[in-house]
Ligand binder design. Structure first.
Ligand code: ARG
Ligand code: ZN
Length: 500
């Protein structure tokens, strides 16, 4: 939901045009007949609005093709009927409510695979062309700047498995033996719905998903309704808060659910694949305490609900989908609650840093991953004290020192290895170094001011540095240069940590 500057002149012109067009016939003045003059025979058509094609990318420095220019999406409604869960063959209608930010003769969406049946813009059939993930739509009438518009895309088929440009794994909508799941970061959302696929354009979502029995659906936000049609069930989920496209998730399977509430009243609902051992929920037992602890550390929990969904399949990763983090079974060890709790804390902390405050550019990914990783250390400090945190920092420092050759400095991740260990661990050390540089009180004030200022929106590295400098009253330029961009790991002298 990006806000764009208002162009008053064009608005006025458009209002004049639309007044002429929408004037109902009954209001046509019939009483005063103006005698025809010579000039009146020339029809007073307004000058045509100049409209150009919207950009095919939103301007990301690492992934120029991601997202699109010229409009701002407010709401997506995904209406998906899954005919066969084993192949995820589905009939889909995605309806997008957006606002043009410039006059548009055509605009792009990101969309991969499927057969598109029809595209309708503002109720009128539109033409379209496809080139890789770029779907270019030409409405029958150009779209005017600042005006809302609606796009309805009807499609069918099975999601194509896509390999991310950022990590060599499959992302998007993935089918497996027990159902399907969605993990999209950073560019997999286009794998199941047409989308302005970049965190800069957040929107709210409605998911209406129909699945054959006995399958169930879990998605972001709150389950508002489930309709039993005999052999199928329709699940309706709504998100209260705008969300980045990569955080949208729809997961289909047979789940055991568990609900609870944090002491402060944050509702929690967890989904565990029914085939998992009963004790899979053990590492999630303290989520309420974690939510309350992070709320008091960073600022109020951003969303209407939280919870975890655990798949019974090896994914090699977990993902902080908004209001519902998804974990592969290889991320969860019920026999090692302490260790697993760190992953649980990591994904939860992303709800503040990543989901609520989202990156403005994918090169800012350390703002997500270093903060979530440092939050693992904060959970250790909360449960076991400062000495335990110091031990953890020493271990992380040793790990980064030994493996530096395989990491990028946190502030300059390569496009083909976005989630390299540098943006997690090296950056987490930088945050601890910042804490030692400015002192505990100032450090937590920095985190809180940064969260408060950018909650629900986007931030870049310069924004965080600006908050840190303002709150601390210190010039931190050299400090951040050495922690974010230098190829050499900086020392943490307070803990006796140096590269040699
Ligand atoms: N953000 C995830 C984390 O917290 C990693 C995401 C990697 N990408 C993916 N599609 N799984 O570690
Ligand atoms: Zn993470």
């Amino acid at each position: 939901m990006r806000l764009r500057k208002f162009n008053v002149l064009i608005i006025v012109v458009l209002m004049m045009i639309s007044c002429v067009q929408v004037l109902p016939p009954t209001l046509t003045p019939t009483t005063t007949v103006v005698p025809p003059t010579k000039t009146a025979t020339v029809s007073p058509t307004p000058p045509p609005v100049e409209a150009d094609a919207g950009a095919a990318g939103i301007g990301d420095s690492l992934y120029p093709g991601l997202g699109n220019g010229g409009y701002d999406v407010q709401h997506y409604t995904l209406d998906l009927t899954v005919n066969d869960v084993s192949t995820s063959n589905l009939d889909g209608i995605t309806t997008i409510e957006a606002r043009a930010t410039e006059n548009l003769s055509s605009f792009n969406l990101d969309f991969i695979g499927f057969k598109i049946d029809t595209i309708v813009v503002n109720g009128e059939s539109a033409t379209f062309g496809r080139d890789g993930q770029e779907l270019t739509i030409t409405p029958s009438t150009p779209l005017a700047k600042n005006q809302p518009f609606t796009v309805e895309v009807k499609y069918q088929g099975s999601p194509e498995s896509t390999s991310s440009t950022a990590i060599p794994i499959q992302i998007g909508w993935i089918s497996f033996s027990q159902g399907s799941f969605v993990m999209s970061e950073p560019d997999g959302a286009a794998d199941f719905y047409p989308v302005n696929d970049h965190p800069l354009d957040k929107a709210t979502y409605t998911f209406r998903v129909t699945v054959p029995k006995p399958f169930e659906v879990a998605a972001n936000g709150l389950l508002k309704e489930s309709d039993d049609h005999g052999t199928t069930t329709t699940y309706l989920f709504e998100t209260r808060d705008p969300m980045a496209s990569y955080l949208a998730t729809i997961d289909i399977g047979d789940f055991n659910t568990e609900t609870m509430e944090s002491a402060r009243g944050i509702p929690i609902r967890n989904y565990y694949a029914a085939t998992l051992p009963k004790d899979v929920n053990k590492p999630f037992a303290r989520q309420g305490e974690m939510l309350d602890y992070f709320s008091s550390t960073f600022g109020p929990y951003p969303f209407e609900v939280y919870g975890a969904l655990v798949l019974n399949v090896q994914v090699g990763t977990a993902l902080e989908n908004q209001t519902m983090s998804v974990f592969g079974n290889d991320m969860i060890d019920p026999q090692n609650v302490k260790e697993t709790e760190l992953t649980v804390a990591h994904e939860m902390a992303h709800q503040w840093f990543g989901d609520s405050v989202s990156v403005a550019d994918w090169s800012d990914i350390w703002l997500n991953e270093s903060f979530a990783t440092y939050s693992e250390g904060l959970w250790i400090e909360h449960t076991d004290g400062r000495k335990a945190l110091d031990e953890w920092i020493k271990n992380v420092y040793g790990f980064v020192r030994e493996n530096q050759g395989r990491m990028s400095p946190p502030g300059k991740p390569p496009a083909d290895d976005l989630f390299n260990a540098g943006v997690y661990y090296w950056g987490a050390l930088g945050l601890h170094a910042l804490r030692l540089e400015v002192g505990d009180e100032t450090f937590f004030k920095i985190l809180q001011s940064y969260y408060k200022q950018y909650a629900g929106g986007n931030a870049g590295t310069a924004d965080f540095i600006a908050v840190a400098e303002k709150v601390s009253g210190k010039d931190l330029g050299a400090f951040f240069d050495s922690w974010l961009y230098s190829d050499t790991l900086a020392p943490i002298p307070e803990l006796g940590l140096r590269t040699k």
